[in-house]
Ligand binder design. Sequence first.
Ligand SMILES: [Zn+2]
Length: 72
Amino acid sequence: MTTPTCPRCGGRFQEGFILDRADKTRATASWVEGAPERSFWTGLKLKDKARYPIVTHRCMQCGFLESYAPKS
Ligand SMILES: [Zn+2]
């Protein structure tokens, strides 16, 4: 994947990810298929749903964030 340029200021993007802290464990935020469904056991049902880790680029000039959830 090529690093795009910022649509706002034309600055350069830096690759990163959004840190998601649930129950003190460190994880990357993920995109999950469909609407969120509550689960008594795990908080949210994730079974049988497609899940992709989110890659977020940050503009080094203005701070604009652009997120992608590539297939692998
Ligand atoms: Zn920018």
